[in-house]
Structure formats: C-alpha cells, structure tokens
Design a protein around this ligand. Structure first.
Ligand code: XLS
Ligand code: NI
Ligand code: NI
Length: 419
C-alpha cells in the first residue's frame, strides 16, 4: 500500500542533492533526516485540544512503511526514531526487521535512534535521576534495548534527551545525589557501547526546561562541564536543537560555536521557535539567516562527522493535510539548502574570515604570542604596560557592515562585498 502516491511534492529550488558545493554534494554536506515522532506519530493534540489529524496509517507496520515511503519521496537518505514511535507499546525487536527491510529497499540510513524516557508514568520524577533505583534500572533496560536496535540498524549516532532529568522544587530534591546518578548512567552507557562495538557517536541533546522546570543538561556549556566532571568529555558529543538554544537564552550559532570550541559538536535538530511563545514550538526552519550562520561555522570546522540536520519539526495544528507534511519538510530543506549555498559563498570569497583574522591579528605578533605561550607573567605584562605607556585605541567591530553584507548575499548570491 502506498500512502502518498497521489501527492506530488513541490519541487526543490535550492536543494539539489547531487550538486557539488565546495567539493562535496549537497546531500553529503547536509545529511538531512526526517523524524518519526512529529511526522508520523503526532496526531495534532495540544494542551487544550484533541487529535485533529486523520492519518491513513493505522497499525505500527503501516506507520513504518508510510515513514520510509515519505522519506524516499523527498529524496532524503536519513531518519531518526524513538523506541515508542515505531514499536508503540510492544517490544522494539518486533519491528526492527521491517525497518531494516525498508531501509535496504529504499537505500535509507539511520541517523540516530533514541529511547523515550519521558512519556511513561514510571518516569514522572525522572529516569536516570529518579529517587528510585528501580526506575534508574528500568531506564538502563530501555536504553540498552534501543541502543541494541540502533546498532543492529547501523545507526550513525545514539541520542539522549533528558526531558525529565531535572527537578521541580529543591525542597524535595537531593541534587548532588541526582547528578551523580546521571554521571553513573552515562558512564555505564559509554562502557556498554564499547562492549558491543557500536561505532556511532553518543550524543546528548541540551534543553534548559520543558517538561521539567530545571533540566540538568541546560545548554552546551553546562553539558561540557558535567561531562568533564565525570571524565566523559571524550565519550559524548552534543545534538544541538535550534529551539532549545533559544529557550536557554542563546542562538543556534552560539551553541554550535561553543560546541566546536570544545570539540563537542555532533549533530543538529533543525527547527525553530516562535519569538512570542516561550515553549518548544518545533516549527520547520524558515530563517535562512540563522542557518547560514550555523552552516558557516560547521563548514569552517570541516563539516559533519557522524551527525546531520535532523528535521525535528512539526507542521502547525491547522495544517491538516498530508500535503502539509511535504510543505513543512520542503520548507525546512530549502531553508537549509539555501543557507548552505550562502555559507559556501562566504567561505569561497573569504571576506568574513579576513575580517576576523584582522580583528585578532595582534595575537600573531611577538607580544601576543608571548602572552599566550605563558612566557610573560602577570607582573611582566603589567610592567610592560607601565614602561611603554600602552594605551590601546578602540576600533570598530563593523557589525552593521557585516549584517548588510550577509543580507546582500542572501538576496543575490553573488560576490557583493561592499569594500
Ligand atoms: C524534545 C526533543 C526531542 C528529542 C528526541 O524537545 O527535541 O524531540 O530530539 O528525544
Ligand atoms: Ni530534538
Ligand atoms: Ni525539542
């Protein structure tokens, strides 16, 4: 049975999977992926309203087939799933065979798998950070089963998103105990990964709150500090979500830059929030500027290793039709594809890199190098300033010039350097 045979998705203008950009095809650069949960499981419920979507797939097997058919129709190569997305309440091993078959048939790969440790009532007070060790143990069991399935399906990564790893009130919480439990959980998982020879990357997805008020993996900086404390900074990388970045008071490029600076960059959950709503609205990316800046950083860093752009996004509740699922994905894909072209252009002209290089060129002088290599002490530096009457002149950061330059590239996509 085909679920989408009567739908002809709108054509891509920017996304040409086989087009070469800086020596790699667009699909190799972007590694775009469709997620099961928002696209094939969500029924359009919200806090105030019931299901509104009438999807033609009814059983879990139909849902899986529909998922792979949809991805192929979009000419994409990757997908992501939670255990409960594909297995409903049953055992994951019952559907892994069908998933493997569909992947093989349609040449689709698994970007990452994950376990849903938030929905079941046993996780009311957290999974790894639950006050009850038997809940911790249940989470271990569930993650083991899901990692085993991810391994069997040759997943490129495995993701942990800790929606209930946090707390509501410190009055009933032993925070040090909970944090140590989380450290123990992540160490056990890293050991198990090596034991079974899973070659993918373990990824933590930061989010500051929602559903829990205070979440332990608040942002990339917080995750790095946590991993370091537990000696795990070489075992995990981050899966950065645009909407989570904004919830934590940052931007997607900020989180990506922070991760790159700490060798922690893994993958992206591509979506965006609404500036007027304070929650994870998970809209399809439409902001080319944000994604241009993000891709610029990723390309400068050599591109994705095991990660990619997972469209962790859902259509609006009023977008009732199957066609809307295509429009949503095409919107996200086109935004990211145009952003890639823009970012490649920025890199080819080298104009921005030159601005940044000049801004920091003082650090390439002997004086700068001596400070950074530790050859000068605090006192020596101070004496130098006193003796030489050092009085640095402020210089312009040229922010408006750069933003104007970016806007022109976005509009024209040709060399539009102003100076
Ligand atoms: C929720 C997260 C979730 C993860 C996977 O906010 O974005 O969708 O990506 O568990
Ligand atoms: Ni996500
Ligand atoms: Ni999210």
């Amino acid at each position: 049975m085909n679920f989408f045979q009567n739908i002809q998705p709108t054509e891509y203008q920017f996304y040409k999977p086989k087009q070469l950009v800086l020596g790699k095809t667009m699909e190799e650069h972007l590694r775009l992926s469709v997620c099961f949960w928002h696209t094939f499981c969500w029924q359009g419920t919200d806090m105030f309203g019931k299901s509104v979507f009438e999807r033609p797939w009814k059983t879990k097997e139909e849902k899986i087939r529909a998922g792979f058919e949809f991805i192929e129709k979009l000419s994409l190569k990757y997908y992501t799933f939670h255990d409960v997305d594909v297995a409903d309440e049953g055992p994951l091993e019952e559907v892994v065979g069908l998933m493997a078959e569909e992947m093989e048939k349609r040449q689709i790969e698994l970007l990452w798998g994950t376990a849903n440790l938030t929905g079941h009532p046993r996780y009311l007070a957290g999974a790894a950070t639950n006050p009850d060790p038997y809940v911790f143990a249940s989470a271990v069991h569930q993650v083991k089963e899901t990692l085993d399935a991810t391994h069997q399906l040759n997943g490129h990564n495995y993701v942990l998103w800790g929606g209930r790893e946090g707390y509501e009130t410190h009055l009933n919480t032993d925070m040090a105990q909970e944090l140590n439990q989380l450290g123990r959980f992540l160490s056990l998982l890293a050991d198990y990964k090596h034991k079974i020879g899973f070659k993918g990357t373990l990824l933590i997805e930061p989010k500051p709150h929602e559903p829990t008020k205070h979440q332990y993996d608040f942002d990339v900086a917080n995750v790095y500090a946590f991993l370091q404390k537990h000696g795990l900074e070489k075992e995990y990388k981050v899966n950065i979500e645009c909407n989570h970045a904004t919830l934590s008071g940052h931007t997607l490029p900020h989180e990506v830059a922070y991760a790159i600076a700490h060798d922690l960059f893994g993958s992206i959950d591509a979506n965006q929030g609404d500036p007027l709503l304070g929650w994870d609205t998970d809209q399809f990316p439409s902001d080319i500027n944000t994604y241009t800046q993000t891709l610029y950083l990723i390309l400068l860093n050599g591109g994705f290793q095991s990660g990619g752009f997972n469209l962790d996004a859902k259509v609006r509740r009023q977008s009732l039709d199957l066609e809307d699922l295509f429009y949503g994905h095409v919107l996200g894909i086109e935004t990211i594809a145009k952003a890639l072209l823009n970012a490649a252009h920025l890199i080819e002209t080298g104009h921005l890199q030159e601005i940044v290089r000049k801004r920091y060129q003082g650090w390439e002088t002997d004086f700068g190098k001596q400070i950074m290599s530790g050859k000068m002490s605090f006192e020596t530096i101070s004496n130098y300033v006193k003796t030489n009457k050092i009085n640095p002149k402020p210089v312009s950061g040229r922010q408006e010039y750069i933003e104007l330059y970016l806007n022109r590239i976005n509009a024209e996509h040709e060399d539009v350097a102003l100076i």
